[in-house]
Structures are given as C-alpha cells and as structure tokens.
Design a protein around this ligand. Structure first.
Ligand SMILES: [Zn+2]
Length: 140
C-alpha cells in the first residue's frame, strides 16, 4: 500500500477569527488545524481541506469557523464560471427586459445555466427564476 503523506498540524490562532467565530465553542478548544478529508459533492473526488488552507480561510479571510469545503478544486472553479455566467444573464435581463422577453434562446440559455449550477451547489436553487423562464419559453 502506498504511504500517505502524514498530515501536518498547523497551529491555530482563534483571536484572528471573525468575531462570531470567536464567540463559538470552537474558540475554546481549537489549538491547531489538521487536514480534513472529504469527497467532492459534485464529482465525488477525494479532496483535502488542508490545515494550511484552513488557517488562511478562518484567520485571513475570516470565514465562519464551521465552514467546510463541498467541492474539489476543479469543480469549485467550474462553479465560479457558472456563477459568473448567471451574473451576466441577470445583468442583461435587468438592462433589456423588454426585448429579451421574446428571446427564447436567451431564456433557454439562462435556464440551462441555472440547472447546471444545481449540480454544483446543493442549496439556494432559484425556483422563482426558473419558473419565470419556463413560462417565457412556453409563451408563444
Ligand atoms: Zn469535484
């Protein structure tokens, strides 16, 4: 069996966490970070939320201390590309609602991108938006 590289613990400094995290019970007993293994929610690839990465995430970026990773690096990057495309759809819609109402290609592309996002993000599905787009696609 191949040897796994030993997980290296990194010392934690809870005084650098966000204020909410400092008030959590974790602040009392967290003295170091160790690698957290997880399976990517989308592609199931085995991934590591490394101790060093946790230190950066919680102490520099001030992310909530209970925040965990769901996606592997590749899927995370892809989910960001999808989010950027959705933002473009939102912007175009806000600016040209009148002309886009009858643009089925636009509605279909938007709906497809929303549905693609659901395979990467297990929460916050935009049901209202999807219903609106389905209605636009259904109307002649
Ligand atoms: Zn993945």
């Amino acid at each position: 069996m191949p040897k796994k590289s030993p997980s290296i613990a990194v010392s934690a400094d809870p005084s650098k966490w966000s204020e909410a995290s400092q008030r959590s019970v974790s602040a009392e007993w967290t003295s170091e970070y160790t690698d957290i293994l997880y399976s990517c929610w989308h592609c199931k690839a085995e991934s590591v939320f490394s101790a060093q990465d946790q230190k950066y995430t919680f102490e520099e970026k001030k992310a909530p201390i209970d925040q965990r990773r769901l996606l592997c690096q590749a899927c995370w990057a892809e989910s960001h590309r999808i989010a950027a495309r959705l933002k473009e759809f939102d912007t175009r819609w806000a600016e040209q609602k009148q002309s886009l109402r009858t643009d089925k290609e636009f509605a279909a592309g938007w709906l497809e991108t929303l549905e693609l996002q659901e395979r990467y993000v297990p929460y916050r599905h935009d049901v209202a938006r999807k219903n609106m787009l389905r209605k636009l696609l259904g109307d002649a």
